[in-house]
Structure formats: C-alpha cells, structure tokens
Design a protein around this ligand. Structure first.
Ligand code: ADP
Ligand code: MG
Length: 337
C-alpha cells in the first residue's frame, strides 16, 4: 500500500479518540472552556447520559464571529502562547474540533463587542456557514448524538446511568477546583447539582455543598508553603476514611488532577495513622509557578509532571503529618515513625 497523508477529517477523528472518550470528557472540555472564558455561572444540561445531548451555557467572554469560526478548527486556540507558562485549563486547541468530528456540534456565542450573537454548526466534521443567533453575551455549546460518526466508539458507552454519574463526577471535581463559580447541572437522572458561588467562604463551603457538613466537621485545615509552592485545602481526620480513593480531590493551579505522585504523597502522609486498605477523604490544591509544572503529559491533562517532584511530595507529606499531629492523632499501626 502506498503512503498517503491523512485527511483533516481523519486526523480529527483520531484526536477525538484521545480527547473524547465518553460524554463526561465532552462535559469536562466544555466546562473548562467556560472557566477559561471567565464565566461566573455555568449551566450544564444533559440527556441520555450525555450521549443524546450535552448543553453547556456560560456567561463568559463570548466570541466574535471570526473567533467563533476559528474555534472549531483543529489546533486553533486563543490561549497558548508559551508551553512553559500555561495559565489556562485548555491550550491544545483540539477539543472543539474533535467533538465536531464525532458529534453534531453547535456553538452560539456573543462577544460584548458584537450587537448580536453568531452560531456555528459542525456535523461529523462538516462545517456549515456562520449564521446570526439571538443570545445574551456568553456562549452556549450543544453537542448532540455523540459518536454518531464513530459507531465503534458508541458501542463502548456504558448505560445511561453510569455515563450520567461520570458527568456528575467531572462537574463535582471542576466545581471543587472553582468554588467562586456557580455550577448548575441537570440531566435525566438523580445526580443533579446546584452549587451557588461560595464567595469568601471558598473551598470549605463548596465541599460542604458537595460532600455534606460531615466532611468539614471531620477535616483538618491544611495551608503550607515551601519554596514558593503552596498547598491548601482540607484533609479528613485519620478516623474519617473510605474504602476507595474516589473522594480525593486534588488540584494543581485550578485544574483537577489524578496524579500518581500526589496520590502517593497522600498515602505516605497518612501511612502511620491509617490502615493500608483505607483511603482518606481530602480536597487539596497546589499553587505552583506554571514553569514548574508540565500539564502537557496526556490529552486529557489528568496527569502532571513537576519539575521538582521531591519538593511537592515533601510539602504534602510534611503538611499532612503536621496537621495529623496537631489534631492529636497518634499512629495506630505498628512500626510507623
Ligand atoms: P483550547 O481550549 O485548548 O484552546 P478548544 O478546542 O477547547 O481549545 O477551544 C478553542 C478556542 O475556542 C479556545 O481557545 C477559545 O478561544 C474558544 N472558546 C471555546 N469555548 C469557549 C467559551 N465557552 N467561551 C469563549 N471562548 C471559547
Ligand atoms: Mg478547551
């Protein structure tokens, strides 16, 4: 077989395989875009576990006609200027192009500088001409019939309920990373969320909204600084543990992550006071200079790489041990130290 170059459409579908694994990944990308656009309110509506419909509406900056047309192009981003200095959640310029390649995508947006909004429609990679749209400033993105253009991927979706709860989990994680924003999620199942902005009450109040008052009453405040890296948040008391690590909310510069190094540091911090098969409940954020962390490790950006992993690990382990001692807990396992 001779070598041929892939078409733009094929490239987008291949990228979509990495970026858009399931409806929850679409929700993650769209909500991250809304956060990057400076939204104060983000509303998410889904149907059919997100496979039939995902609609995300924000009151952020919006886009003018020119940017709207570009936004669905592959590798088109208004965000990236320097890979060593990423201050936004997005930077690859791939999400909208990928979603447009595998679903029916429509984006209506209005920038403050425009007298009215515009709408762009992409279906299975085919772009239709822009048309005027009526909407207040901000952006409304609608994704219908996810994976209609890639039936093989469609088959891998779990049931409606499982997909809906994965969506709720994604929104929960982003909401914990951004307590200043109001999030509203409705769908076909019970996992709806209504999370008003917590204002000055910040993270602790957001955690109470999401985990209930129990957690804050059983948690230790954490606030530590080492060589310019800050660790903050709440860590559950050693007596407040779970059978799995699902309630470990970790954030790096406002980005929810599930990072091996961070999870390992958590385990080490609690090692002396918690049985090995139990998991603490925590919500911890790290603030670090963008140059000292690489978020460009995986398309979904859940893993990060720190320039100085030892520093970050030491900061977490030290702060947790300190908080545990301050709370009056002693090692319960033998041989700890
Ligand atoms: P990225 O977020 O990596 O830049 P995306 O494909 O997710 O790539 O989005 C492409 C571009 O479209 C963004 O850089 C941004 O300029 C614009 N955009 C997307 N969503 C929104 C939104 N909700 N509000 C304003 N602009 C948006
Ligand atoms: Mg994006």
């Amino acid at each position: 077989m001779p070598i041929r170059r892939l078409t733009e459409d094929m490239i987008n579908r291949i990228a979509a395989g990495e970026v858009v694994e399931r409806p929850a990944s679409v929700v993650k990308e769209l909500v991250e875009n809304a956060i990057d656009a400076g939204a104060r309110r983000i509303e998410i509506v889904t149907a059919g576990g997100g496979a039939a419909l995902i609609r995300v509406t924000d009151d952020g900056s919006g886009m003018n006609a020119e940017d709207l047309a570009l936004s669905v192009d592959r590798h088109a981003t208004s965000k990236l200027t320097d890979l060593d200095d990423i201050r936004t959640l997005g930077f690859r310029g791939e999400a909208l192009a990928s979603i447009g390649a595998v679903a029916r995508l429509s984006i209506a947006s209005r920038h403050a500088s425009e007298g009215h909004g515009w709408e762009v429609v992409v279906e299975g990679g085919a772009l239709q001409p822009l048309r005027p749209a009526a909407l207040a400033s901000g952006t409304r993105v609608e994704v219908r019939d996810l994976f209609f253009a890639t039936p093989a991927r469609l088959k891998f979706l779990k049931g409606e309920r499982a997909e809906a709860s994965a969506i709720t989990e994604v929104v929960r994680r982003l909401a914990i990373a951004h307590p200043e924003i109001r999030f509203h999620l409705t769908g076909s199942d019970r996992s709806a969320l209504d999370l008003p902005s917590t204002g000055d009450a910040g993270l602790a109040a957001r955690l109470t909204q999401i985990l209930g008052p129990d957690f804050a009453q059983n948690a230790m405040p954490v606030d530590a600084l080492r060589e310019g890296v800050r660790l903050f948040g709440l860590a559950g008391l050693p007596t407040y543990h779970r059978a799995n690590a699902l309630q470990q909310y970790l954030m790096v510069n406002g980005r929810p992550v599930r990072d091996r190094l961070l999870m390992g540091a958590l385990r080490a911090g609690y090692a002396d006071v918690m049985a090995r098969d139990r998991h603490p409940v925590v919500a911890l954020g790290i603030e670090i200079a963008p140059q000292d962390v690489d978020v460009n490790v995986h398309p979904a950006k859940a893993d990060v790489r720190f320039r100085d992993p030892g520093l970050v690990r030491g900061l977490i382990v030290g702060a947790l041990r300190h908080a545990i001692i301050a709370s009056g807990h002693r090692a319960t396992t033998t041989g700890g130290g």
